[in-house]
Design a protein around this ligand. Sequence first.
Ligand SMILES: Nc1ncnc2c1ncn2[C@@H]1O[C@H](COP(=O)(O)OP(=O)(O)OP(=O)(O)O)[C@@H](O)[C@H]1O
Ligand SMILES: [Mg+2]
Length: 453
Amino acid sequence: MQGKILLVEYEEETSDLLKKVIRNEGHSVDCVRSAEEALRLLGNSPYDLVITDIALPGIDGIELLNRVKEISKKTIVIVMTSYPSLETSVEALRAGAFDYITKPILYEELIKIIKKAFDTCYLNRISSFYSDEFSDRYDFSNIVGNSNEIKRIISQVQKIANARSNILVVGETGTGKELIARAIHYNSVRADMPFIPINCSAIPENLLESELFGYVKGAFTGAVISKKGLLEEAHGGTVFLDEIADLSLRLQAKILRVLEDHEIRPVGGNQSQKINLRFVCATNKDLAKEVIENRFREDLYYRINVIQIKLPPLRERKEDIPLIVRYFTKRFCNEAGIPVKEISNDAMQRLIDYKWPGNIRELQNVVERAVLLSNGNIITADDLPDTLNDDSPFLNRAIDEKMSIRDYTKSFILKYENLYSEQQLADMLGITRKSLWEKRKKWGLLKKQQRPE
Ligand SMILES: Nc1ncnc2c1ncn2[C@@H]1O[C@H](COP(=O)(O)OP(=O)(O)OP(=O)(O)O)[C@@H](O)[C@H]1O
Ligand SMILES: [Mg+2]
C-alpha cells in the first residue's frame, strides 16, 4: 500500500536523505522541521502516517504524537529517537505510537516499519468495516459491580480497547482477568477477528511451541502433516496469553521476536511469515519481581506491559459482593429451571465477611453450590460451606502458628479440592500444579483419576 506521509525532522540533511528513501518506495512525503508546522499541515489535510523525531525545538515529538491522536485516531505515528532509552520508547508506545526507531536510521529498517504500519492500517480498515454489526456484542453487562474500582476498570477498557498497544492484565486468581481480556477484544476493531486464549502453564513446554507456532511436515516424529499454530489462527485478532509468567525463557525469547518483528516461523520451517496480532497477557504473579529474579525477560516485560490493568481482589471491593451474589443466584436458578431464590441476611453477611482468596470464581462456586443444596426458596447460612465460618482455620484467619505449613497445606487441599480445579488450588497455595501433584502423591491424597495406572 502506498500512502501519504508527513516527516518531522529538524536536521535538514537527515530529512533530505529520509525523504529520498521514502519516495523511492512510492509514497508521497511532506517534510517539516517542527511540530508546530506539522500541526498546521495536519489541520489542512489528513496523513496516513507521521514519522517524527522525539527531540524537536518547541513542541516535542511525544506531545506532537498526543495531538495527532486527538486530531485523528487513524493516523499512524512512528517516532525516531537518538537516545534510545526504554522509558522514552515505552512512553511513546503508551501514547499510541505504532513503533519507534532509533537513530542513526537504517534505511531497510525504516522501510520495513513503514510497510508494517501500512499493512496494519489496511487490516484495521477492513476490520472496522465489518465490526459495526458486532459492536453491540459486548456491552459490559457481564462485568458485574458497582464499586469505583469496577467502574474505573470498565472505563479504562473502553478507552484502550482500540489502541494498538499490548495490554497486561494483572490480578489474583479468579478476579476476572480472562473476562476483561475478552471485553477488550470484543470492544476493539478486531472484534470480528479471532480471540485465541492460550494458557501458558497448562500446556507442557515442548508441546506449547508447536501449538503456538505450528509445524511443518517432518519437523519431528509424528509430524506427518503440517499444522497451523494458534498464533496464525489468531491473525488479525487478539491473542490472550494467560499465565505468561509460566512461559519458559526460551519461549519468552520467541514471543519477543513475534512482538518485535511481527513474524512467525513454524517449528522445522525455514520461512517466516508476517502476522498481525494484538497481545493481551495475564498473570497473577508479580512480573517485576520475576524480572529481578531472572525468570522473566526484562525486554519482554516492557513490550507486554505498555498498558496495565490491575484487577483488585474481591475483599477490597466488598460493596460489589451483594450485587454479584444476586447475579449468580439468578443465573444458576435460571439454568436449573427453578424460581430465583432469595438470600437470607445472615447468609449475605457471611458472604460479605469472608476474605475470598479465590475471588469471584470462588464466590461463583459457592453460590452455585448453595443454589443446588438449599431446600426452600431462601438460601440460608446453613447452605454455605463451613470454610466460610468465622472459626474456620483456613485462610480466613492468619495461619495458626502452631499448625505446620505441611498440615496447613494438607488440610487446605482436603477442604478445597472439590470446590476448585487443580490449577486454582495450586494458585491459591502459590505453588505449581506439578508440585501440588507431587505433594498429593507424597501424602497419599491423589484422587483416583490422578493415580498413575
Ligand atoms: N466482575 C465480574 N462480574 C461477573 N462475573 C465475573 C466478574 N469477574 C469475574 N467473573 C467471573 O468469575 C470467573 C473467573 O473469572 P476469570 O476466569 O476471568 O478469572 P481469572 O482472573 O482469569 O482467574 P484465574 O487466574 O484463575 O485464571 C468467571 O466465570 C467470570 O465470568
Ligand atoms: Mg484465567
